[in-house]
Design a protein around this ligand. Structure first.
Ligand code: 4HU
Length: 446
């Protein structure tokens, strides 16, 4: 009865009316704050950029590696007051483990090198392109994720390793049309600071913290820097010597102050002479104020900047010979760099160097009758088997629609499967750029 139908077929006691379909709340279709989607056009640009990262890494004989984006939090807990620590994207998982989304790739590399131990022969030349995370208060509206290209050389104590890494970045820039007039590398060595601290008998364990404070020298007032250094336990005299050393802009002047016996001078002189041999002298300059914001650097440090001064650092890196022992491993000489995927795109836009990365399909295949859909699938499969890209029209669409789609996907050829032709064992071909059209036998398709 209508009543029983209303009650879901149950007659007798009145059951409550069926619930009114609850209003389905539309979800927020935007990605989480600070993160990006990569729809096709953006993904083509990203793939173009990453393919250049990978091609340069291949040219330099580096092997690709990767690690989990999720790591134990302990891997990134350093006591030097780094920004990367303050913004760690960390949480407790369902197993009550403290974990973190990696803010950088180098600690994961160190972990894997220790794990591999003696089973890998040195030097290691590894590269990775991986997404890195930070949890920053969105008040600054900055991104919370970016992709970083890293190249690292493990097991080479000489500065030839740093010179090689800088050469790989220069090679990358040249591939994109960026020149030494667009960007430059500021190069220094943390051994300069180390020698000043040693001369003033400042304990070694303050080194990382002092570097992190000094790295902020361009961003916060000098008196705050002095105050932070003093609170960290650096004497007034040492502070003044540090600040004086940081203003040095030439190796000659540095040698006058530090003397020619120290490792800092030797490393930097060798790096600049190697730069000559690699052919990138125009790209680099000594600048004692370069410190970098990661506590674990121990030697040469460098960062790449845009000469117009409009952008943040494009990439940066350096030597980190003590990182493995902070994880309980045996120290190995190591150096590397990180190259983010965002600033470089801003630079390419500034320089009008963004490439046109359009979708390109060689063929669009279409059945002229619904009963030929199988035949069209066969044609598409034959072409794909020959390495041809094919967009197969999957529905019964008017030719006008097919031509519109062919234009949108930049198809080079339209392959039409019609009854008369199919019975003759041929298909129709239209070259879309010229309008030329002809028939071709199936087995001659290529
Ligand atoms: O370069 C610092 C950094 C680390 C992780 C994510 C983002 Br966005 N930026």
């Amino acid at each position: 009865t209508s009543e029983s139908a209303r009650n879901g077929g149950r007659s007798g006691a009145l059951s409550p009316p069926p619930p009114v379909s609850e209003e389905i709340q539309r979800i927020d279709v935007n990605p989480p704050k600070g993160t990006r989607d990569f729809p096709p056009e953006e993904m083509r640009l990203r793939n173009w950029l990453f393919n250049n990262f990978r091609e340069v890494s291949r040219l330099f004989g580096f092997e690709e590696v990767d690690y989990p984006v999720l790591e134990t939090e302990a891997l990134f807990i350093r006591k030097a007051g780094e920004e990367i620590r303050d913004q760690l994207y960390c949480f407790e998982d369902r197993g009550n483990r403290r974990v973190a989304l990696r803010p950088e790739l180098t600690p994961s590399l160190a972990r894997l090198v220790i794990q591999k131990g003696k089973s890998v022969s040195l030097p290691l030349k590894w590269f990775a392109v991986g997404q890195c995370w930070r949890y920053e208060r969105m008040t600054r509206g900055r991104r919370r994720e970016h992709y970083q290209w890293n190249m690292d050389i493990i097991g080479v104590p000489e500065v030839t390793a740093e010179a090689e890494l800088i050469s790989s970045i220069v090679t990358f820039f040249k591939r994109l049309g960026i020149t030494a007039s667009d960007v430059g590398f500021r190069v220094s060595s943390r051994k300069v600071l180390q020698e000043v601290l040693r001369c003033n008998s400042i304990p070694e364990n303050l080194f990382g913290k002092v570097c992190i404070i000094i790295d902020k020298i361009e961003k916060i007032p000098i008196d705050v820097i002095r105050g932070d250094l003093k609170s960290a336990g650096v004497s007034e005299e040492a502070i003044e010597q540090l600040l004086q050393v940081l203003s040095i802009k030439s190796l000659t002047e540095l040698e006058e102050i530090l003397g020619s016996a120290g490792e800092a001078i030797a490393d930097l002189k060798l790096l600049f002479s190697l730069a000559e041999k690699f052919g990138y002298s125009d790209w680099i300059q000594f600048d004692a104020s370069v410190v970098r914001g990661l506590a674990y650097y121990t030697g040469i440090v460098f960062e790449c900047f845009d000469r117009d001064g409009k952008l943040r650092a494009i990439c940066g890196g350096g030597r980190y010979d003590r990182l493995l022992s902070t994880f309980g491993g045996d120290d190995l000489p190591a150096c590397g760099f990180g190259f983010g995927d965002a600033v470089i795109v801003e630079l390419l836009k500034e320089k009008g160097l963004l490439p046109e990365v359009n979708l390109q399909v060689e063929n669009i295949v279409c059945a002229l009758d619904q009963n030929l859909q199988g035949a069209a699938a066969k044609v598409a499969t034959i072409l794909r088997g020959k390495g041809q890209t094919v967009d197969l029209v999957l529905e019964n669409k008017p030719l006008k629609w097919v031509f519109k789609r062919a234009a949108r996907i930049n198809a080079q050829r339209l392959i039409l499967v019609g009854n008369t032709e199919w019975e003759k064992g041929v298909v129709g071909v239209k070259i879309l750029s010229s309008g030329e059209q002809f028939e071709i036998k199936l087995d001659e398709l290529e």
